[in-house]
Design a binder for this molecule. Structure first.
Ligand code: PEP
Length: 254
């Protein structure tokens, strides 16, 4: 059976003290959950996570990382800096970064390569826009993102990659993809990884869905056998709602 994974993306919402309060409330609610759980927080909250999550199995990560190794890149945070404070994962290529900060697949590829050098897992976000779905180009978009973002990576490095399928039109909109659309996209992702690497790589890669997942709709997706779990934005900001989502997922997908 596939590993179950749920990761929260708290975006630019909580301060470090608010994150500490979130963790204090969240940990007792999920400490016995049979699921890998992580939260991706602003850079300034990583040290708080490290301290507050020390005695737990909950992972923490960044929401972005620099594509550069080091040097005159004012405002950037490198993979080496993340690794040095004990951060073991980071989102890369979130659609907000692609859309608002014009991030390109080639830059995301560099970020993944930097993360690999420092043993950091990259949660690679991919997905089509509404216009692309309507135009019938979803498969092309997903495959191009995978090909370009994973360019030059070896099969054994896929252990440090999680793919998050996040259709842009479903993020923060309250409009989720249907279970059928998610299943189709996950199939495309696994087939493309198989084509680029091997069938076993396509089978083993961890794939999440993200886009307006909540405690009450997660049950609709929990039965998708090829899906490992979820990347959760808005709902991950509140301990009880996030925990309800996790319990509804693992309860349904036993
Ligand atoms: C996200 O931003 O990665 C996300 C999935 O957001 P939301 O759950 O709020 O749609």
């Amino acid at each position: 059976m596939l590993n179950k994974v749920v990761i929260g993306n708290q975006k630019m919402n909580l301060t470090a003290s608010q994150t500490r309060r979130f963790i204090n409330a969240f940990v007792p609610l999920v400490e016995h959950a049979n699921c890998e759980i992580g939260i991706c927080v602003p850079y300034t909250n990583l040290a708080t996570c490290k301290r507050a999550l020390k005695e737990t199995k909950i992972m923490f990560g960044a929401q972005n990382v620099s594509e550069f190794e080091r040097g005159a890149y004012t405002g950037e945070i490198s993979s080496a800096m993340l690794a040095d404070i004990g951060c073991k994962m980071s989102l890369v290529g979130h659609s907000e970064r692609r859309k608002i900060f014009s991030e390109q697949n080639s830059q995301i590829n560099n970020k993944i390569k930097q993360n690999l050098k420092y043993n950091i897992t990259s949660i690679l976000c991919i997905g089509e826009s509404k216009r692309e779905r309507t135009a019938g180009t979803t498969k092309n978009v997903i495959c191009k993102q995978l090909d370009e973002c994973l360019s030059g990576l070896y099969e054994n490095e896929l252990e440090k990659i999680i793919i998050a399928y996040e259709p842009v039109w479903a993020i923060g909109t309250g409009q989720t993809a249907t279970a059928k659309q998610i299943e189709e996209a996950v199939k495309i992702i696994r087939e493309e990884i198989s084509r680029l690497y091997t069938e076993i790589a396509g089978k083993n890669i961890v794939v999440l869905y993200g886009g307006s997942v909540k405690a009450d709709n997660v049950k609709m997706f929990a039965g998708i056998k090829s899906l490992n779990g979820f990347l959760v934005g808005g709902v991950s900001l509140e301990a009880q709602s996030f925990s309800d989502l996790i319990h509804n997922f693992i309860g349904k997908s036993k």
